[in-house]
Design a protein around this ligand. Structure first.
Ligand SMILES: [Zn+2]
Length: 289
């Protein structure tokens, strides 16, 4: 059960916040697939729609086709990228949990590895999806695949577009040249609404009960200096979530504060820390299961 009697609401929050980034990612990927393929999919039906592997294999074939078109249009840039040259075989009528579903998912996994060059640390296994053993692995792989596709002009999920915006901001700040000039990008999201962002950030920070409020100081739009260190973090709004860019991934600001703001960390026992670790710690193996 949640917390222990008498510890108040604060001890509950870490449990609740730990799954939020996964929810936000699934929501974003569902919307992206819906727009790409006119699918009837949302965050609630995400796994249900994808678990037979049919949509995934069709997506792999669509990505392969888009890569071929890109290579013909921009041969110079294409030479610098790993582009898929072969698609996958797919059983479109596979039913959930069947051998055919496993076969589809296994084909998709092989394709991600071989044709797209996705790193093992970001891969999932057939059972992770078919038996829903680890949806996090699956979600992170799908997001990584979308990052790769975006490099050759495919429409990207909002999270990936935000990553590219942040990379661009950093590049301009450091006065670095753009790495791939004339690289065509997929359709971009509308100009971002950062107006409410600072209000949302201040609202989450204001829950701090430390004697001196945990510092989170706005440096520029969407960029903050946090804690006692000189750490800078980028923050963005994704639908109703306030997201923080951490390492190679994303976390929700609420969960980030649960791990960094002393008054909130204190609510976690040492045993609870690993389970509520951020996606970056998870990717880089800094967790202790
Ligand atoms: Zn605090």
């Amino acid at each position: 059960m949640w917390g222990t009697p008498g510890t108040g609401a604060r001890s509950i929050r870490p449990y609740q916040s730990s799954g939020q980034y996964l929810y936000a990612m699934k929501e974003d990927l569902a919307e992206w697939l819906k727009e790409l393929y006119d699918l009837d999919i949302d965050v609630g039906t995400f796994l249900e729609v994808l678990e037979t592997g049919a949509v995934l294999c069709s997506h792999a074939n669509h990505v392969t086709q888009a890569a071929g078109e890109f290579a013909r249009a921009c041969p110079e840039v294409a030479r610098q990228l790993q582009l898929p040259s072969a698609g996958v075989t797919c059983n479109l009528t596979a039913q959930p949990g069947t051998f055919q579903a496993r076969d589809n998912v296994s084909n998709f996994i092989q394709w991600c590895r071989k044709e797209m060059g996705i790193k093992d640390v970001l891969m999932f296994e057939t059972e992770d999806l078919v038996l829903r053993k680890n949806e996090k692995n699956f979600v992170l792989c799908l997001l990584e695949l979308a990052r790769h596709g975006s490099r050759f002009g495919m429409r990207a999920p909002t999270l990936v577009q935000m990553e590219e915006e942040i990379e661009e901001e950093l590049r301009q700040e450091l006065e670095l040249p753009a790495p791939e000039p004339n690289l065509p990008r997929g359709p971009r999201r509308a100009p971002r609404d950062l107006q409410n962002l600072d209000q949302m950030v201040q609202h989450l920070v204001s829950r701090c009960t430390c004697p001196v409020q945990f510092p989170m100081i706005k440096v520029s739009e969407g960029k903050y200096r946090v804690g006692d260190s000189d750490s800078l973090i980028f923050v963005r709004i994704l639908r109703e979530h306030v997201m923080v860019r951490v390492g190679g991934g994303w976390d929700t600001l609420e969960h980030y504060l649960d791990k960094h703001d002393p008054c909130r960390c204190a609510a976690l026992s040492p045993e609870q820390h690993p389970q509520t670790c951020c996606v970056f710690c998870w990717i880089s193996g800094h967790f202790r299961y």
